[in-house]
Design a binder for this molecule. Structure first.
Ligand code: COI
Length: 355
C-alpha cells in the first residue's frame, strides 16, 4: 500500500510546549497517520498528513456502540539525538488481538510500522530531548459506518497521533496512593477486559473520580466474581514484592496484557529474581503488610512506566508501603527500563527500534 506524505507547511506548524512542563497528553504534534478500511477495498488511502479534525457522520457506529480500540507506545530521544521506539510491533500485535475481540479488521503490522516511521520522521522535532520526557504515540481504530443496527461496522478509520509527554501522574516518579474498590468492577470473565477498548476506560471513570475525591491517585480493581483477587490499576498493571517473590496477577482474560508488564517480568527473570504470575487476594496483600513481608508495590504501563505505590486503602484497612518511599526494586526497574528505552543500556531482547 502506498503511503502519501503531505507535510504541514511552516505556517501550519504549532509552537512546541515547554519540555520541562509537559504533563500528559495535552499537546498534539503537527502530523498524524490515517488510513481507511471498507469491506470492498480493505485498508486504503494511507497517508501521513497534517494533524486535523475529522468530519464524522453523527450516526458513525463508534459514537453509539463504542467499537473503538487504541494503543499507547513511546518514542525516546537518546543522548546521541537518535530516536528509539520501544517494542512498537508488540503494540500493533496487541491491537490486532483487541480488534479480533471487538469484531474489527486486522491492521497490516508491517505497513503500519512504515507509516509510524514516516510519522515520527515528519515530527522528529517533537520528540523531547529532556530526560524523563518522550513522545507518546496513540494508534486508534474507530467504526465509521453511519448505521444504527448493532453489528460490526463495515467501515473503519485507523489513525496515529502523537504528543510529547512527561510523567503520567502529577506525583512524577514518586509513590502514588491507591484506593482499592469492591464497589465497582472493571471487567468480567468473558467480557472485554483484555482488549484495549475505549469502553473499559469509560467504565473506570466513576470509581477514579470517587478515589480522587477521597485523596487517592488511582483505583485498584478486584475481580468481578469474588471481589477478592487483585486485577490491575486504572492505567497500569500491578506487582507486589512480598518476601523473596515478586507477584503479579495472571493474564486470565480480565486484565490488560501490558507490554511494560511483560518487559518487567523478563527483566526480573534476567536478574535471577523469583517472579510469579498468580492470583493474589487483597487480604494477602494487607496481611503481608501487617507481618512485615510486603516490601514494595509498583505499577507498570507505557504512560506510567514504573510507578511506585506508597499507600493502599481498602474499606477499614490502610497500609503504607516502604514508609511511603520509592523502593529499591522499583527504582532499579525504572532506571533499567528507561536506560534501555533511551538507548543507554544494552538491549539484549531487541526491544528497541532505532530510527
Ligand atoms: C498507556 O499506558 O499507554 C495507556 O494506554 C494508559 C492510559 C493513559 C489510558
Amino acid at each position: 500500500m502506498e503511503i502519501r506524505l503531505e507535510k504541514a507547511s511552516a505556517g501550519e506548524r504549532k509552537a512546541k510546549p515547554d519540555a520541562s512542563a509537559l504533563g500528559f497528553g495535552r499537546h498534539m504534534a503537527d502530523h498524524m497517520f490515517v488510513m481507511a478500511w471498507s469491506q470492498e477495498k480493505g485498508w486504503h488511502d494511507a497517508a501521513v498528513t497534517k494533524y486535523a479534525s475529522f468530519a464524522m457522520d453523527p450516526a458513525a457506529m463508534v459514537l453509539h456502540y463504542g467499537q473503538a480500540i487504541f494503543e499507547g507506545l513511546k518514542a525516546f530521544r537518546g543522548k546521541d539525538s537518535r530516536i528509539h521506539l520501544f517494542r512498537p510491533t508488540a503494540n500493533f500485535e496487541r491491537m490486532n488481538r483487541s480488534a479480533e475481540r471487538m469484531c474489527m479488521p486486522q491492521i497490516p503490522v508491517d505497513e503500519v510500522m512504515t507509516g509510524l516511521r514516516m510519522l515520527i520522521e515528519a515530527d522528529a522535532d517533537w520528540v523531547p530531548d529532556v530526560q524523563g520526557a518522550s513522545l507518546y504515540i496513540r494508534p486508534t481504530m474507530i467504526a465509521t459506518e453511519p448505521a444504527l443496527g448493532v453489528r460490526p461496522s463495515n467501515r473503519y478509520l485507523f489513525y496515529i497521533i502523537t504528543c510529547p509527554v512527561g510523567a503520567y501522574y502529577p506525583e512524577g516518579f514518586n509513590p502514588v496512593k491507591i484506593y482499592v474498590t469492591d464497589k465497582y468492577v472493571r471487567a468480567v470473565p468473558g467480557g472485554v477486559g483484555a482488549a484495549k477498548t475505549a469502553g473499559n476506560y469509560a467504565a473506570s471513570i466513576m470509581a477514579a473520580v470517587e478515589a480522587q475525591k477521597a485523596g487517592y491517585t488511582q483505583v485498584l480493581w478486584l475481580d468481578a466474581v469474588e471481589r477478592k483477587y487483585v486485577e490491575e490499576v486504572g492505567t497500569m498493571n500491578i506487582f507486589f514484592a512480598i518476601g523473596d517473590e515478586v507477584i503479579t496477577p495472571p493474564l486470565a482474560g480480565t486484565i490488560l496484557p501490558g507490554i511494560t508488564r511483560q518487559s518487567v517480568i523478563q527483566l526480573l527473570k534476567d536478574w535471577g529474581g523469583k517472579v510469579v504470575e498468580r492470583k493474589i487476594s487483597i487480604d494477602e496483600v494487607f496481611d503481608a503488610a501487617e507481618n512485615g513481608r510486603l516490601k514494595e508495590i509498583f505499577g507498570t504501563g507505557t504512560a506510567a512506566v514504573i510507578s511506585p505505590v506508597g499507600a493502599l486503602h481498602f474499606k477499614e484497612r490502610d497500609c503504607t508501603i516502604n514508609n511511603g518511599r520509592t523502593g529499591e526494586l522499583s527504582q532499579r526497574l525504572f532506571d533499567h527500563l528507561q536506560g534501555i528505552q533511551y538507548g543507554e543500556l544494552p538491549d539484549s531482547h531487541h526491544w528497541v527500534e532505532t530510527l
